[in-house]
Design a protein around this ligand. Structure first.
Ligand code: 5GP
Ligand code: MG
Length: 178
């Protein structure tokens, strides 16, 4: 197997800082913003983006970050029945809010489709945006990211290995080729 490092810790930090600025710019500030991470690593990324946003533009002091479990909304649930759900936790009502979904890797788009389904059971945001650390291509649905850390065109046989301090104890992104 060939392992190629594509992002080091400093690159990840820089990308998340840029994305935080881009979110603030497109939302014209922090008002009505809700940042929702998709477990597992999306939640760690969402927390960092929310912290950065609150550092750049201190809001009301109320939390803007949460997590959105999409397990029960997946269209491949019958193929992967053992996947354990993780909790959904919202910082408050999402009606009328700008919701930014956050995930580590965007691939087929099916996880985000499931996330949109899960969201619509929780309320009606004004807009929903998508932020991902890595877009590796291979979409199977008409879904795109609004905020991208790094575009990494990949072969279907490759795997993007995302390691984050909070989850893995170390931090980098590699492309692993068989
Ligand atoms: P999709 O649903 O778009 O096919 O895949 C995205 C979801 O699967 C994300 O939650 C992501 O964590 C995971 N995923 C898909 N492909 C990869 C990959 O190459 N590397 C990693 N780390 N996660 C992936
Ligand atoms: Mg995931």
């Amino acid at each position: 197997m060939t392992v190629r490092t594509v992002l080091q810790q400093a690159d990840i930090t820089r990308a998340l800082t840029r994305i935080s600025h881009e979110i603030l710019e497109s939302n014209r500030g922090v008002s009505d913003l809700v940042i929702l991470g998709i477990p597992t690593r999306g939640v760690a990324l969402a927390r960092r983006i929310a912290e950065t946003i609150e550092r750049i533009e201190p809001g009301t002091g109320e939390s803007i970050v949460g997590s959105l479990d999409v397990t029960m909304y997946r269209d491949d649930l019958s193929r992967n029945p053992t996947r354990a759900p993780s909790p959904t936790s919202l910082p408050g009502p999402i009606d009328g809010k700008t919701v930014v979904l956050v995930d580590d890797v965007l691939f087929s788009g099916r996880t985000i489709r499931a996330a949109l389904d899960a969201l619509s059971d929780l309320g009606r945001p004004r807009v929903v945006r998508l932020a991902v650390l890595v877009d590796r291509g291979h979409r199977e649905l008409p879904i795109r990211a609004d905020f991208v850390g790094k575009n990494l065109p990949s072969a279907a046989s490759e795997r993007i290995n995302v390691r984050l301090t909070e989850v893995d104890g170390d931090e980098y992104v590699t492309i692993d080729s068989p």
